[in-house]
Design a binder for this molecule. Structure first.
Ligand SMILES: Cc1ncc(COP(=O)(O)O)c(C=O)c1O
Length: 441
């Protein structure tokens, strides 16, 4: 009963019938069977965000002035995709024969070591860590969901979250439970986290908690020092009864403002108790979205359990995509480990951070002037603005040529995709749309 409730809450997979009666109920005809299984028969044709982006592109191509703040890729001030020259050089520097060969199933050792250093180095956890290569950060999330939850169990995450968590869980027969991310002050809701963990611990043998900080998608929120302290304290308390794995989805962790890295000062307190997993992505870290390069690193003090985890992840890789992109793993080794290349890539990223930082500053200034309600925003690709009617807000914005993504109780703005000169007009359009709604009430 508890498990079925969990599936329904996720809005995901409900046990389906594999037959379909094509004729009217009154006619006793045989039911029709299809080759495509029942749960796969009603899949949507397109990802909703790509559909919104597609419409914006169409109107722009027809000559309209459009602001497209829908898609989560970092664009330059001239509207082209931001690419890091050091990354391009590193890719060109890979020996073609080496890059064309299969990578080891669990990834190049030097690549995995580089990722471990990148994610767990600042936390002082390198000696307690293992890692496998994955197909992007998505692959890392896939590995975690399929190895730290049994079929029928639910992951736990914030009510605002990246949609594919649900898709991945649903596809593997797992579900999703959420807790209210913000309290009334728009700060991280530690009380809701604690209550949800305790309640899930009563119905499941284990818990997988996914937290996507710093620079959470879609809200842009980063937990502060005290919030991380609270998360760690709560996890330790609940873990004494039910085993927990914590997945840090670090897709945007290199795009936060100084101070948004508070997690590195706290997670070390967890690794005696539970595996701390980190999903790393070259899509954002190296602006190589198309390379599908990522990794899942695990920090855990117990070396036997850690080894078992790495073996399990490697097995899932073999059974899912076999091995991952070798070329970009080899390039990443240079970018993560070579002193000159790693300095160059940091400089390239710093330039992108400065560009994004200017947009964030303008947004914060204009949005508070316009009286918009939004959570603390210190950097990252996205921010949300709360609104009573997201669909109507987006409709009004679309009418003025602005494209955003509607989500529950808010709209998501991809500042990563908007040059700084359009941030002010964008906020003005949004301000009018939200104020118009209030006027309608
Ligand atoms: C929150 C979050 N996690 C993970 C990913 C995975 O990205 P990729 O598979 O491109 O590395 C994304 C990409 O948009 C994301 O927004």
């Amino acid at each position: 009963m508890a498990l079925r409730a969990c599936f329904l809450a996720a809005g995901g997979h409900v046990p389906s019938h594999h037959t379909y009666n094509a004729k009217s109920m009154s006619q006793p005809t045989p039911t029709m069977n299809f080759a495509l299984i029942g749960s796969a028969r009603q899949r949507p044709s397109e990802d909703p965000i790509f559909a919104i982006h597609g419409e914006a592109l169409q109107r722009a191509a027809a000559g309209e002035t459009i602001i497209d703040a829908s898609l989560g890729t970092l664009m330059d001030e001239d509207g082209g995709l931001s690419v890091m020259p050091s990354v391009v050089d590193a890719i060109h520097g890979v020996d073609p024969a080496h890059g064309s060969a299969y990578a080891p199933i669990s990834g190049e050792k030097a690549f995995n070591d580089g990722v471990i250093q990148n994610v767990f180095g600042p936390a002082g956890l390198v000696d307690q860590a293992g890692c496998v290569a994955t197909a992007g950060g998505t692959g890392a999330v896939y590995h975690a969901i399929n190895n730290f939850l049994d079929r029928g169990e639910c992951l736990l995450t914030t009510d605002y979250h990246w949609g594919p968590y649900t898709t991945i869980a649903d596809q593997g027969g797992r579900g999703v439970k959420t807790f209210r991310m913000f309290n009334d002050q728009h700060h991280f809701n530690l009380v809701a986290l604690e209550e949800s963990l305790e309640s899930l611990a009563k119905t499941q043998d284990r818990i997988l908690l996914i937290l996507n900080f710093p620079c959470h998608n879609p809200t842009g929120y980063s937990l502060g020092e005290e919030e991380w302290e609270g998360v760690v304290r709560i996890l330790k308390e609940v873990d004494s009864g039910t085993p927990i794995a914590l997945l840090l989805d670090l897709a945007y962790f290199r795009y936060g403002a100084p101070g948004t890295d508070a997690w590195v000062r706290h997670i070390g307190d967890l690794t005696d108790h539970m595996p701390v997993l980190a999903a790393w992505s070259a899509s954002k870290t190296f602006a190589q979205y198309g390379s599908r390069t990522g990794a899942l690193a695990v920090a855990m003090a117990d070396p036997v359990e850690r080894n078992r985890i790495v073996n399990a992840l490697s097995y899932t890789g073999r059974g899912t995509w076999s091995n991952c992109n070798h070329l970009v793993q080899l390039a990443s080794i240079e970018l993560l480990r070579d002193p000159i290349m790693s300095k160059r890539v940091e400089q390239d990223r710093d330039a992108l951070l400065d560009m994004l930082g200017e947009r964030v500053e303008i947004f914060n200034r204009e949005a508070s002037k316009a009286g918009l309600r939004y959570p603390r925003y210190e950097g990252g690709f996205f921010v949300i603005v709360f609104t009573a009617d997201p669909t109507e807000t987006v409709r009004r914005c679309n009418a003025e040529g602005l494209y955003l993504v509607p989500i529950k109780g808010a709209v998501r703005i991809a500042l990563c995709a908007t040059p700084k000169n359009v941030v002010k007009p964008m906020v003005e359009i949004l301000g009018r749309a939200v104020a118009g709604l209030q006027g309608d009430n």
